[in-house]
Design a protein. Structure first.
Length: 221
């Protein structure tokens, strides 16, 4: 009798299916391209679907993820259990919403792509288990709030910090927008997120992100 394979039973150290450096431009090509051989073979079902939770597609020329879900269903036995996707060093201009459908996603590598809008990160807020994200090497790296910003702490904040005198400029911090948008992250751009990073990101958000105004509908009497 065949039992269902699940993340709780599958070893997390199972090797990823590796399609890196294959010159792939379209996701559909994964069905005809042979993955790179690893030191440890990936177990397969009788139907040939792979028993892995990780996918490496880095260092290709992929610019969209059309049919990604359908392709993963054909390649993997349980694609809904994917916890790591590496799409670094491709040509993706946006964060495709299809990535947000992988509820168990823990690690997402998107560095070295062509993502222009920092607000693209907002899409990832629906992933409750996302813990590691990389985005460096994208055009958004130059946007305000990404990295290397310095802020001047107001008096109210200094009551909770004994490190700086009033008005003193705080230390450089990384990913204020990203950290405040994705509070469950533990690592960003391969750097561990510290308590100071989170605190500084919260201050940055209050100083730079205005809450949306709610318009009240006027009733006609």
């Amino acid at each position: 009798m065949c039992t269902r394979w699940s993340p709780s039973k599958a070893p997390m150290q199972a090797p990823p299916v590796d399609f890196s450096f294959r010159g792939i431009s379209f996701v559909q090509d994964l069905l005809t391209e042979e993955p790179r051989p690893g030191l440890k073979p990936i177990k397969q079902t009788a139907e040939g679907r792979l028993l892995t939770q990780a996918v490496r597609l880095n260092n290709n020329t992929i610019n969209d993820l059309t049919d990604f879900t359908e392709i993963m269903k054909k390649l993997l036995e349980h694609p809904e259990d994917i916890y790591w996707i590496d799409l670094s060093f491709n040509d993706l201009p946006t964060i495709d919403p299809i990535l947000t459908t992988y509820y168990n996603l823990h690690n997402l590598n998107l560095h070295g792509n062509s993502i222009h809008e920092l607000s693209e990160v907002d899409k990832l807020a629906v992933l409750p288990h996302l813990r590691s994200l990389t985005l460096h090497g994208n055009p958004i790296e130059e946007e305000k709030g990404y990295r290397s910003c310095r802020i001047r702490f107001p008096r109210a904040e200094l009551y909770r910090r004994q490190d700086y005198a009033e008005g003193e400029i705080g230390p450089s911090h990384t990913g204020s927008y990203i950290i405040s948008t994705l509070p469950n992250l533990k690592s960003f751009d391969f750097s561990t997120i510290t308590k100071l990073d989170r605190s500084t990101a919260a201050v940055w958000r209050r100083m730079n992100i205005r809450p949306k105004k709610v318009r009240k509908r006027l009733s006609n009497y």
